[in-house]
Ligand binder design. Structure first.
Ligand code: B12
Ligand code: SF4
Length: 578
């Protein structure tokens, strides 16, 4: 049999949907390859294939490429498989090997910085898996064109590794509108086609141009919106035109996933509240309820997972969460012992909290708080968390360390916010600022681990202390707790001090669970209760109090209406007004 013309693939780490765990994927971007056998369950890297060797699930973006190819070519000519089956499919007739890249070198938001905690020049597992594909002997043997695309494709350009990996074309951007022409030129080896193709905003497709994918995606990802009008300067979706997918399109995608064995759908969006939204970022709750109801009703679908949300709409109208909860929480696969849901389930949407500094917030992301003012972000976060937790939403919150110009005062303000969140339930994940290509901050300097201040280390390890306490403390057996507490100082003396200096010491000891009474004079935050709380505020209570006393009056700004439309429009005003 002839080999297929197109072989599509993604690394095992980016295709994995092991135990429905988005954590697993994040970990693979952070754990050094060298130690991956110790820290990553190898079962997570064995993805399932169909008996003919085709992949059962791969990232949604790759399924889109496959679907677009299948408009013009037969299924026999287009094969999607994992790295271990490349040998089986790539052959003399293969013209293109198309590789998806979500986070190929693990440098999105400096996820690779985590791997550097274990030593210099350590490669994250993600990068090793990506390299395994592009350096596969079968590619060397048959020399098909290697085409890489996806949200993280920019990393390969930034790292200057196109030659090393013999990548023929790097495609950056949404491809539906330009696909046919682009691939014709790639196959023909058109010498006028640049090696790096950056697709401009005016080629972004309207939803009508985006087909329903033909096969199952990792985590059952189904897009519900594309783009975001809030205009944060560091963010790539902020550069996209806002669009909402029609319900029929979403359900058809969910059915494709369920038919091929998915029991879960992940509703992918920059912000779920943008779905069919009303003017001024007002969530359309009836449409959201209908969305969740309909997706759950798809035969075979047992659980539904949210991707991202924003906090401001939660605060503006708390009834949104109240009304959505019965349609969201009981259908999540995540559980927590503190949940008041009968099945102990919790919803865990991803939320970018980014910073506690009003100055940095105002400068780089003020649209995120809309309709509230930038200086109210702290209050929005605290009130939002209270509302979410009360309804068993334990969000996965991300922060950015090292935004350009961050001063100690800014970091202290982020620490103050973190302190006030100390009884909140969720994950608090610190990431480092990375200037993403094509964003308004693309030319700024990224944060560097070696330049981390003592306060930034404190922020970093206090987040992880919270996470261990919230998600593991009850489960950790005495022996593991003891090992953990002993292992951390050992890490400090053998490696941490040499790599990062003494500034890491006390933050690390806090992470290990050292008594706060010993740390209170060494660190900024004091958890002993002897010092007044920052700003003299009452703490965020584990006991939820109606009215939420710590939050000051939240008044809204009066801004020009911003709307997402179904049709792609050349330019839209952003919530930042710039
Ligand atoms: C679902 C999702 C996840 C899921 C599942 C990922 C998966 N493997 O399937 C989870 C939660 C696990 C996840 C994790 C992460 N994610 Co994510 N994720 C998304 C989300 C919400 C949807 C992705 C999607 O399916 N989109 C729909 C498809 C159709 O779009 P697409 O993939 O971009 O594909 C289009 C083009 O890129 C292109 N294309 C795609 N593949 C290919 C291949 C070829 C050959 C070609 C030519 C073209 C091409 O064609 C497609 C159609 O136009 C996006 C935001 C968004 N709306 O896109 C963030 C997003 C892609 N993720 C992001 C990030 C940073 C991460 C993490 C690094 C987060 C972290 N800090 O750990 C991790 C990395 C995971 C890893 N393995 O290392 C960023 C990427 C930023 C950037 N520009 O680099 C985004 C944009 C979120 C954001 N708001 O910043 N993610
Ligand atoms: S709220 Fe900001 S960070 Fe989040 S998707 Fe929108 S523009 Fe990006």
């Amino acid at each position: 049999m002839d080999s297929p013309l197109f072989v599509l693939t993604a690394s095992n780490t980016e295709a994995s949907e092991w135990r429905h765990s988005i954590w697993q994927q994040m970990l693979s971007a952070t754990i050094p390859y060298k130690y991956s056998k110790t820290f990553i369950n190898q079962a997570a890297l064995r993805n399932e294939s169909w008996p003919d060797g085709r992949a059962k699930y791969v990232p949604n973006g790759l399924r889109m490429v496959e679907t677009l190819l299948l408009r013009e070519y037969d299924e026999r000519e287009v094969v999607t498989c994992y790295a271990e089956n490349l040998e089986r499919f790539v052959g003399p007739e293969t013209k293109v090997v198309a590789v998806h890249a979500h986070n190929p070198l693990g440098i999105s938001y400096a996820t690779d910085v985590y791997s550097k905690l274990a030593g210099e020049n350590l490669m994250p597992l993600n990068a090793a898996e990506f390299i395994r594909i592009v350096t596969h002997p079968v590619i060397e043997r048959y020399k098909p064109k290697v085409v890489v695309g996806g949200p993280g494709a920019w990393q390969l350009e930034k790292a200057g590794r196109l030659d090393e990996f013999r990548i023929d074309y790097l495609i950056d951007g949404e491809i539906e509108r330009v696909f046919g022409e682009l691939f014709r030129r790639i196959i023909a080896g058109d010498p006028t086609l640049p090696r790096i193709v950056k697709l401009p905003k005016d080629t972004q497709p309207a939803v009508e141009e985006i087909p329903v994918v033909r096969h199952r995606s990792t985590f059952g990802v189904v897009e519900i919106t594309r783009g975001c009008g809030r205009g944060c300067q560091f963010c790539s979706p902020a550069t996209k035109v806002g669009r909402s997918f029609p319900l029929a399109h979403i359900l058809a995608s969910a059915e494709v996933n369920a038919r091929e064995g998915a029991t879960e759908v992940m509703l992918a969006s920059e912000d779920m509240f943008l779905y069919e939204q009303f003017p001024n970022f007002t969530p359309n709750v009836p449409a959201l309820v209908e969305l969740f109801r309909s997706v759950k009703a798809v035969p075979g679908i047992e659980t539904v997972q949210t991707s991202h949300i924003t906090m401001a709409p939660v605060v503006r109208d708390p009834s949104i969460i109240e009304r959505l909860t019965p349609h969201v929480v009981p259908f999540s696969h995540v559980t927590h012992p503190d949940s008041t849901d009968p099945g102990k389930r919790v919803a865990d949407p991803i939320i970018g909290l980014e910073t506690g500094s009003p100055r940095l917030f105002e400068q780089f992301m003020k649209g995120k708080a809309y309709p509230y003012k930038a200086h109210q972000w702290r209050d929005v976060v605290l009130k939002g968390m209270e509302i979410l937790n009360r309804h068993n939403w334990y969000p996965f919150c991300t922060f950015i360390i090292g935004l350009p110009g961050e001063t100690d005062k800014d970091t202290r303000q982020s620490l103050d916010l973190l302190y006030e969140l100390r009884d909140a339930k969720g994950m608090f994940v610190p990431t480092w600022f990375v200037p993403l290509e094509n964003t308004r901050m693309g030319r700024r300097d990224g944060a560097k681990l070696i330049e981390m201040t003592d306060l930034q280390w404190e922020f970093f390890f206090t987040c992880w202390k919270y996470n261990v306490e919230c998600w593991h403390s009850g489960n950790m057996k005495f022996r593991s707790r003891y090992k953990f507490a002993a292992g951390v100082p050992l890490y400090y003396s053998m490696l941490g001090r040499r790599l990062f200096g003494t500034g890491i010491k006390y933050p690390l000891f806090r992470f290990a669970g050292a008594p706060e009474s010993l740390l209170r004079r060494r660190l900024y935050l004091d958890f002993t209760g002897r010092r007044r709380d920052p700003k003299g505020m009452k703490p965020f209570g584990g006991e939820i109090v109606p009215g939420f006393e710590t939050v000051r009056g939240l008044d809204m700004i009066d801004a020009a209406p911003v709307r997402l439309t179904r049709k792609a429009e050349p330019e839209q005003p952003t919530a930042c007004g710039d």
